[in-house]
Design a protein around this ligand. Structure first.
Ligand SMILES: NC(=O)c1ccc[n+]([C@@H]2O[C@H](COP(=O)([O-])OP(=O)(O)OC[C@H]3O[C@@H](n4cnc5c(N)ncnc54)[C@H](OP(=O)(O)O)[C@@H]3O)[C@@H](O)[C@H]2O)c1
Length: 252
């Protein structure tokens, strides 16, 4: 077992794949999860759960655990933890890499409405509802963003979540709880069954939940696509294996 300790900021499939690679090298890996999901998919290696307490808390944790490298493999929309990790590793001069899966790109036949953030997505849906008094929306942006749509009272929402919502939800809705991956056929069935008019999603990227995009394309449905926030500064890769190579070269 190497004396080095690698912190993976996790919560994604890529973070779990990276932990698996590094643990199989015999490295000490600690994956950190925010603790938002009640029954998270756990990576191999050590796991800690819960916030660090801002930049200072993270810096203290890195020092106390003699951490020699950090890989930020959090979700592309998890902005705060990435900013904190950049600041804490800069302060301690600990090398950090960002691992972000590639974004989804529109394909021929897609009708994407590109919006800069979740508030703009809600505005688009409200505008569509103003033109269509029976608008049916498939909302797949995740639990933390549902409340942004709560004031839209003249549309119906199919809301897909892993855990139940904790904040306000739109008045007319149905919640389905599930976790990907999903198949194109399953997504087609779901969208047809609920007579969906528009899909709303963040541009998370990755294969696990992209079937909804193919299904929307086949049904000629518009997709309100929330753009990713700007990436963190510094070195970045887009696959777990490239991140593993970075760690191996750094700690060889
Ligand atoms: N945002 C999404 O759409 C999304 C989707 C799927 C999975 N996730 C995962 O869920 C987690 C939370 O997402 P978020 O958007 O709420 O993050 P966020 O806004 O960037 O982070 C808010 C706070 O949560 C804590 N935190 C976040 N990720 C953490 C981690 N991996 N380990 C320890 N603490 C963490 C930090 O608290 P302290 O300041 O106290 O350290 C952070 O300041 C992320 O780790 C992400 O990978 C997010």
């Amino acid at each position: 077992m190497s004396a080095d300790t690698v912190l993976i900021l996790g919560g994604t499939a890529e973070a779990r794949a990276l932990a698996k690679d590094l643990v199989s090298d015999g490295r000490r890996v600690i994956t950190s999860l925010a603790g938002r999901v009640k029954d998270p998919a756990l990576p191999v290696g050590d796991v800690r759960i819960g916030g660090f307490g801002g930049i200072d808390g993270l810096a203290t944790w890195l020092r106390d655990n003699s951490c020699t490298a950090v890989v930020d493999a959090t979700h592309p929309f998890a902005r705060q933890i990435s900013a904190n990790a950049t600041a804490a590793t800069d302060e301690l001069d600990v090398p950090m890499l960002t691992l972000r899966r590639p974004q989804w790109q529109p394909q021929p036949g897609d009708h994407w409405l590109d919006v800069p953030d979740i508030a703009a997505a809600a505005k688009s849906v409200a505008d569509m509802a103003a033109d269509n008094d029976t608008l049916r929306v498939f909302l797949t942006t995740g639990r933390q963003d549902v409340d942004v749509f709560a004031d839209i009272t003249d549309a119906w929402f199919l809301i897909r979540l892993v855990d139940p919502p904790e904040r306000a939800v739109p008045r007319h809705h149905q919640i389905i709880r599930s976790r990907g991956p999903y198949t194109v056929d399953g997504e087609l069935d779901l969208m047809r069954e609920h007579k969906i008019d528009v899909v709303v999603t963040k541009n998370s990227g990755g294969p696990l939940v992209q079937s909804k995009l193919e299904a929307a394309r086949q049904l000629s449905l518009p997709v309100v696509m929330v753009r990713r926030p700007a990436p963190a500064h510094g070195e970045a890769v887009d696959t777990a294996s490239a991140a593993a190579t970075w760690v191996r070269q750094l700690l060889s």
